[in-house]
Design a protein. Structure first.
Length: 126
């Protein structure tokens, strides 16, 4: 064990540098900043997914409008392909998501968020 008097005799200056409390405060700020950045990135990703879903909904509504308007036969198969892809995007791979992400989806759906990951996935698939 090194005593304070030994450090002073060795030439260590106690007034220079941050205190332990300052170091802990700085670490807490860094952790909070990192958490805020992660939350912002997650929110941005969720907005991107929502905008993709809106685009998918717009594409799904477009075939009804196309059916009403007379158009060449060549464009009709392209519309059918888009309709087939839309349900594939709707089925999300919940098993690759984290529990926190699953709970966020459950909160948005107004469902209970307690339980294990498998239970959360079951609730989302209902």
């Amino acid at each position: 064990v090194i005593r304070k008097s030994q450090l002073l005799q060795a030439g260590v200056v106690m007034d220079a540098g941050p205190t332990l409390d300052e170091i802990h405060a700085q670490e807490a700020r860094s952790a909070a900043e990192l958490k805020a950045k992660k939350a912002a990135a997650l929110a941005e990703a969720m907005e991107d997914e929502e905008s993709e879903e809106e685009t998918t909904e717009e594409v799904a509504e477009a075939p009804a409008e196309v059916a009403e308007a007379p158009e060449p036969v060549e464009e009709a198969p392209a519309v059918e392909e888009v309709v087939e892809e839309a349900p594939a995007e709707a089925s999300t791979d919940y098993s690759s998501m984290t529990v926190a992400q699953l709970k966020e989806l459950l909160k948005e759906a107004g469902k209970p968020v307690s339980g294990k990951k498998a239970e959360l996935i079951e609730r989302l698939q209902e």
